[in-house]
Write a protein that binds this ligand. Structure first.
Ligand code: UDX
Length: 436
């Protein structure tokens, strides 16, 4: 099939390249010509394990083309995916759709044959209707269908998530014509066992938001239970296991930790509550989740202060600052709240991150990036394990600290108390008895 992805951000690049890997001819379009030039040379703008090799292989085979010529790419394609960014609007509560509508106008001018226009970007309920209205201004209804096909890719796991999704959701108001084409497009994935769901277009748009809000709720729930466990001498992992094995609940996304972050959960939960209030519906639960998550970083900060006792001039080391492992993404990472709060209390923060220095902390004189985890550990009064990278899971703290006193606050529960026989190391974690 001839496919075009407009926008080579995270979603567009990963999905576009992986569709080419399934044997399709794919145009990945971006107005940023520098990005296009880099991609042609195999330089990938995002951090995603395994992606580079797939980009290079499919580019060399001629299945994926990187281009800024949006008109030609649309005209040569049967299926056009809109995958441009939908940042939070200025007040932070809804999605800014300028990019999506600009693209819709360009598509409108290039409908030289019947095309399926698909939104892959996360767009609020009713956006498909608006795109359709734009296209109808200068085109006959028979020349196109607007479809919603939300993505559920996790950063760092995107390749696996694309190839082996639990389900493919297609939202269309013209299922008779659209279904066989979408079935053909997704056949290699459906044949491996993914459920193929055809729903109305608005339903597909809402599925994406509801899925993310539900997962955010699940995490927030276990984080609150973790708070209770800390006060009652219970291990939250026992609770996660005990409830997660109930198939009605499910074991995934029950890892207690810092506040959830990233490019989706914080943005999408807020956009969902905004959409609901536009329809005069108050989503009490989702609002509570947002509030609980927003207060979590100050809760963690106050625990750090409690452990430090006197924070002034204390050196706090951070292992990882991104919002989770296997990504270089800092968007809504809890470190962006915790580190500045510690600086305000007079701490010095040293950090190591496998994806390098972060400009987010450039404004703080007392925040320092180290290229080596051991150096951070050696120099810390308190070490905060913030991100669950594999390389932090088996560190020999005794050897690194050389018998110096060290406190460790493990926000991802990578270790257990019993690992630390050396009395000079004091270990604290999340959702386990917390005695300072
Ligand atoms: C998410 C969704 O999972 C994906 O389907 C969607 O399309 C995009 O948003 P992503 O943001 O890449 O993906 O990361 P995810 O792995 O879902 O984690 C999001 C946040 O939740 C992170 O801060 C992570 O640390 C946190 N999390 C996740 C937990 O705290 N506990 C868990 O058990 C799982």
């Amino acid at each position: 099939m001839n496919i075009c992805f407009i926008g080579t951000g995270y979603v567009g690049l990963v999905s576009g390249v992986l569709f080419s890997d399934l044997g399709n001819n794919v145009y990945c379009v971006d107005k940023d010509s520098e990005k296009i030039k880099n991609l042609e040379q195999g330089i990938i703008p995002i951090y995603e394990p395994g992606l580079e090799e797939i980009v290079i292989r499919n580019f060399e085979a001629g299945r994926v083309k990187f281009t800024s010529d949006i008109n030609q790419a649309i005209r040569s394609s049967d299926v056009v995916f809109i995958a441009v960014g939908t940042p939070s609007s200025k007040d932070g509560s809804s999605a800014d759709l300028t990019g999506v509508f600009n693209v819709a106008n360009i598509i409108s001018k290039n409908l030289n044959s019947y095309k399926i226009i698909i939104t892959k970007s996360t767009v609020p309920l009713g956006t498909g209707d608006k795109i359709e209205a734009i296209l109808l201004k200068s085109n006959n209804r028979k020349k196109f269908d607007v479809v919603s096909n939300p993505e559920f890719l996790r950063e760092g796991e995107a390749i696996r998530d694309f190839r082996y999704p639990d389900r493919v959701v297609i939202g269309t108001n013209n299922s008779k014509k659209v279904t066989p084409i979408m079935e053909k497009l997704y056949a290699p994935i459906i044949n491996k066992g993914a459920k193929f769901l055809i729903v109305k277009r608005r339903a597909a748009e809402l599925i994406k938001y509801a899925a993310n809000a539900f997962l955010a709720t699940k995490i927030t729930f276990i984080n609150e239970i973790a708070n209770l466990c800390e006060q009652t001498g219970i291990n939250v992992e026992d609770i996660a296991l005990g409830i997660g094995t109930d198939t009605r609940i499910g074991s995934r996304f029950l890892r207690a930790g810092p506040a959830y972050g990233g490019s989706c959960f914080p943005k999408d939960t807020k956009a969902l509550t905004r959409t609901a209030s536009n329809h005069k519906v108050h989503l009490q639960l989702v609002n509570a989740v947002i509030k609980s998550n927003e207060s979590r970083s100050s809760l963690i900060t106050s625990k750090i202060i409690k452990i430090l006792k006197k924070p002034k001039k204390k050196i706090v080391g951070f292992l990882g600052v991104t919002f989770k492992a296997n990504t270089d993404d800092m968007r809504d990472s809890s470190s962006l709240k915790i580190i500045p709060a510690l600086i305000k209390k007079g701490c010095v923060v040293n950090y190591y991150d496998p994806t390098g220095n972060k400009t987010n902390f450039d404004a703080y004189k007392s925040v320092h990036f180290y290229k080596n985890a051991n150096e951070v550990i050696k120099n810390s009064d308190l070490l905060v394990i913030h991100t669950e990278w594999d390389e932090f899971k088996n560190m020999n703290f005794d050897k690194i600290t050389k018998n110096k006193n060290l406190k460790i606050f493990d926000l991802r529960n990578l270790y257990e108390d019993k690992y630390f026989s050396n009395k000079k190391i004091k270990y604290y974690s999340i959702g386990r008895p917390f005695n300072v």
